[in-house]
Design a protein around this ligand. Structure first.
Ligand SMILES: NC(=O)c1ccc[n+]([C@@H]2O[C@H](COP(=O)([O-])OP(=O)(O)OC[C@H]3O[C@@H](n4cnc5c(N)ncnc54)[C@H](O)[C@@H]3O)[C@@H](O)[C@H]2O)c1
Length: 308
């Protein structure tokens, strides 16, 4: 089958629903053999089932493609290894990995339990490590290298009721950048997508989001795993389907130096820091005010609707 991923072997985690499913279907339509990895859990990560992964494999097969299901928890090292081994043992190589599996456990930081924090960080951040580690060990020995695609979120910058999710998504950015940094010499690229798509995960977001269907994220993911994108690495791309944007690279903006190469005193910092290097505004503060207003208006409208 011809296509942008012809002859490639790709693993997609979270491939049973939403964005992951759309990417798995698109990879198969573009000529790849696909490992459909999904634990079949609820949005909050409970009630696992192998049925959703099997259903996507059946969909791919019905469309004439080749896919194998792996139902397991991607936060487990053994599952990450099994996903990669499934591609290598059946088809010879692992050429691309898209880590799309995810859950949400929303709570304000001061109310969040240790379990809610650990669970979200495990599925998202460790769920990338398990795949990146197993896949890069194979990719570095292949002449053809490979591609790693991480799924972060605009929420990596900050989130009010999802500090666990935000922290995990920030970790995914750093993990993916480190993979890009370490693996370029082996012909492996690593990039992040910060998607916005209407899925079961996003349907409860209490403010307007710029988003289309999950299939609108797949073209960017396919491109990043294709040969045409091999020199693109260490990037973060927002993708809403209609709009794709590249993020800046974090770097120091301004600095100040202690006199005579000595260290600063607290008094010197207090005097010089505001004047010499100052602060950088977090753009999301303005966004937060807009969202709070929207949510208050929505709540008021719902309450007045309920009364009448
Ligand atoms: N939908 C959006 O607008 C949006 C925005 C920002 C980021 N994201 C990210 O994109 C990714 C996909 O989100 P979605 O909206 O398609 O979600 P979704 O809930 O529709 O699908 C997530 C899939 O991940 C699977 N999964 C969950 N935990 C797993 C585990 N431990 N092991 C294996 N599979 C597991 C689920 O079974 C499910 O099929 C997530 O990482 C999410 O954080 C989505």
């Amino acid at each position: 089958m011809a296509g942008h991923l012809a002859g490639k072997n790709i693993a997609v985690t979270g491939a049973g629903n939403g964005i992951g499913r759309a990417i798995a279907l698109a990879c198969a339509a573009e000529g790849a053999n696909v490992v459909v990895a999904d634990y079949g859990v609820s949005i909050e990560g409970s009630d696992p089932s192998s049925e959703v992964a099997d259903a996507v494999v059946a969909e791919i097969a019905a469309a004439g493609g080749t896919a194998i299901a792996v139902a397991g928890d991607v936060s487990q090292m053994e599952v990450g290894q099994r996903i990669v081994d499934t591609a290598v043992e059946n088809w010879g190589t692992i050429d691309g990995v898209a880590c799309v599996a995810g859950i949400v456990r929303e709570r304000m930081l001061f109310n969040m339990s240790e379990e809610e924090f650990d669970h979200v960080v495990a599925v998202h951040l460790k769920g990338h490590f398990t795949l990146y580690k197993a896949a890069s060990a194979v990719m570095r020995k292949q002449d053809t290298g490979g591609s790693l695609v991480g799924f972060t979120s605009g929420a990596f910058v900050a989130s009010t009721a999802q500090a666990n999710y935000s922290a995990a998504k920030g970790g995914i950015v750093s993990l993916t950048r480190s993979a890009a940094f370490a693996l370029r010499r082996y012909g492996v690229n690593a990039n992040c997508i910060a998607p916005a798509a209407m899925t079961r995960m996003s349907e409860n977001v209490p403010f307007e989001i710029e988003a289309g269907g999950p299939e609108a994220i797949a073209p960017l993911a396919v491109f990043l795993m294709s040969n045409a994108a091999r020199d693109i690495t260490a990037q973060i791309y927002t993708c809403t389907g209609k709009r794709i944007a590249v993020w800046n690279q974090p770097e120091e903006l301004r600095h100040m130096l202690a006199a005579d190469d000595e260290m600063f005193t607290v008094d010197e910092v207090a005097e010089k820091l505001p004047a010499d290097i100052g602060v950088e505004e977090m753009p999301m503060f303005a966004d937060l005010e807009r969202r709070m207003k929207e949510m208050a208006e929505k709540k008021a409208a719902e309450e007045s609707g309920a009364e009448s």
